[in-house]
Design a protein around this ligand. Sequence first.
Ligand SMILES: Cc1cc2nc3c(=O)[nH]c(=O)nc-3n(C[C@H](O)[C@H](O)[C@H](O)COP(=O)(O)OP(=O)(O)OC[C@H]3O[C@@H](n4cnc5c(N)ncnc54)[C@H](O)[C@@H]3O)c2cc1C
Length: 498
Amino acid sequence: MAQAWEDGRPDLDVELAVVGAGAAGLYTALRAAGAGARVALISAAPLAQTASYWAQGGLAAALAADDSPELHLRDTERAGRGAVRRSAAEILVAEAPECVRELQAAGISFDADRFGRLALGLEGGHSVRRVVHAGGSATGRRMLRQLSALVAEEPRIEVLENTRADALWPVEGDGGVRCRGLRCDDGRVVGARAVVLSSGGAAALWARTTNPPGSQGVGLLLAHALGARLADLELLQFHPTAVIGVRGREGFLVTEAIRGEGATLHGADGERFVDELAPRDEVARAIQAELERTGARSVGLDMRKIDPALFPNVVGTLREAGLDPTRELIPVAPAAHYMMGGIVTDLQARSSVPGLYAVGEASCTGLHGANRLASNSLSECFVFARRAASAALQEPAPSQASAEDLRGLAGQQGIPESSPQTRAALWREAGIVRTAEGLERLSRDRHPLAQLIARCALTRRESRGAHRRADYPESDPALEHRHVVVDARDELVWETWL
Ligand SMILES: Cc1cc2nc3c(=O)[nH]c(=O)nc-3n(C[C@H](O)[C@H](O)[C@H](O)COP(=O)(O)OP(=O)(O)OC[C@H]3O[C@@H](n4cnc5c(N)ncnc54)[C@H](O)[C@@H]3O)c2cc1C
């Protein structure tokens, strides 16, 4: 498919190349096209295989009369366990309400009460109802369908479907390397003023996960290969309530919003053992402790009193799997869910490499700290997609490439796939509770991201949020607001982010 590039021209030349068509990628592409730019949207997976499509709860925004951005910030910081970068969280809470209005204007119809006001859900760690949803627990599906339809209608966006970005294109500039575009797995080269990585998280690198298989952190490795800094790789959130022991539905997530409506968790003796609406790290650890105490594989989620009409797709999926949530407890246990770490970005979504941006779960602004507040991630996708699109279009026009540049890119190595052994090792050695010995073993895994995760987790000698070390069970006050950063030369450095 690729040509010889004798004239130094890439196969496709656009202003912005966006990698990944989840919430972050679709919205970045739409915003850039809306500003008049030509965009290439490179999407490895069909729509239904993005984490965004699977999102159930919704997006958090301070819209209720008894809510405010300040209260949303307070809840985000409390959940984040002394590691939230306040400057980023302030942007999220201030801009999320406007994003909800923009999405409504784009044709997304969020659930409303009988007076036509937005029906807001309550989730763990939120002190008030603040979660906007669509179709009950079909929020991601409804949003992605509408955003994809808009992308398909937009003549300025060229979608490269079933295509994977497998290398970024470095060019030498005055200030060092900058990103000039990317190479696709079919050999085509896309040249651009800037590249936005919205390739999702890495939770599917863990054997037990709520994520689609494409969430393997490929964007993080692409960025790092170009010299971009990564951070907080040890901070991986485990969702407390994924279905366990049901063939074909292993890892299916039962949204926190169901606990927000009153569903309860029960141990083997039938007793409740945790505040179901505590932040996720607390609930996941309490479940894990209960499993270790009793030797059971799962605890029971009692949603028998919940109106099934409120969560039609969760109830439907459980019934298809042979479980009747109106009559029996659902077997659940924690599973790897959300990567707080990622490609280090500033407040305009710029990575440390000029011309390279990251948005959504692939990015690490520091706003989630050590434990993401439920439903803050979809809001983050939209808030920072807007910022990325406008900043990226201010990048200088790209320099003329040579045929030699393009042939150099063609010869670059791609990103290695993960093996089942790596995924099992991450679950075993970098699961809910970690030890130095296990992490040392993991640091010798063949997969480069698994190695980096292990090194970061070894470096954080404390327990904080989602990162629990059996050998360092307490939080170290000296590490408040400190983040483990992997620099361009693979060295680990501590930084303070405020
Ligand atoms: C089951 C589930 C429920 C959730 N519920 C909620 C919720 O209610 N509220 C909330 O806020 N968050 C929720 N989350 C988290 C949230 O959905 C994600 O953090 C968010 O959707 C990530 O969006 P994204 O656009 O960054 O990435 P994604 O939606 O994951 O999209 C990334 C896309 O990029 C593709 N890709 C990866 N690498 C490449 C490559 N090299 N080339 C081309 N394409 C590539 C991937 O295949 C994928 O399709 C949930 C997550 C899951 C898994």
